[in-house]
Design a binder for this molecule. Sequence first.
Ligand code: KG4
Ligand code: ZN
Length: 339
Amino acid sequence: MDITILGIESSCDDTSAAIIKNGYLLSNIIANQNVHKAYGGVVPELASRAHQQNIIPVVDQAIKSADISKDEINAVAFTRGPGLLGSLLVGTSFAKSFSLAMDIPLIEINHLQAHILVHFIKELEKEKDIPEFPFLCLLVSGGHTQIVLVKNYLQMEVIGQTIDDAAGEAFDKCAKVIGLPYPGGPVVDKNAQNGNPEAFTFSKPRIKDLDYSFSGLKTSFLYFIRDSIRVNPNFVQENMNDLCASIQFTIIDILMDKLKLAVKQTGINRIAVAGGVSANSGLRNALLDNAAKYSWKTFIPEFKFTTDNAAMIAITGYYKYLNKDFASQDIAPLARFPY
Ligand code: KG4
Ligand code: ZN
């Protein structure tokens, strides 16, 4: 029997719907919200309002471009959390209504687990290397930075995580200090490609075990820029590419140090990366360099699966459907959501 899952993602500022049939992606529609650009960050109230406007057209388009009828959908999977509560409510309410109206099961999804499972999305006529269990996943997004021990599709253990800011947040906050628009990560990445990563050095935090910290880096970057501008008011403009390359190099170095330690501690050398920051070209190169140096087998997602999307929700829904892991109609979204 065919299994067709509709996935809904609305945890932050992207409204997305996707269709996955028997593990194969048929459509993945994402509506971005430009309204936040003027504010230098996501405004929760504006995000939930935009989700409300986008959700029906996005789902409609996902069903149409998958070339299926809505009667073929076996279950609807939605992001329960973590995320912005108002945004999550829109996806949750839609999924519940769809499940009731179509009389199909409802499946709740942990957004973080879903980021990791992008590595299992199959696409027609495309060969893809799929990680064997167990593997390690460096999950780096705007809200989270974790090293996850992935034991099975739905069995995961966080073995290290940030104690303050996430890596994406570090990119975005440092970008803001030098006047770059939100989200800063992609702009820093672009500028860094023409800069010298060793032009400026920033100290790395000393945090125990496999945990991370990025708030100190952000503060020392802020003070460094403030002091440099006192001496030369054009400091940022004159050194933009070098500043981006140096801050990116430091963030990646911090990420890689703990990842290397995790490989040493667990003896697992299958390394995946996921989340918005996994789009970063420097991070992707660092993973490939380390793979060659330490004989790691790396799994790097296609760009379209790095940032928030519903394909990752639908694939997680597919594995939960196989387990008959269904949610009830009284389920509520969760801003914080442990594994
Ligand atoms: O996973 P995601 O789309 O949303 C969350 O769940 O947080 O991640 C968004 C984060 C933002 O902080 C953004 O700046 C960062 O991913 N990001 C990047 C790049 N593309 C997106 N950071 C560095 N380099 C990039 N190329
Ligand atoms: Zn995300």
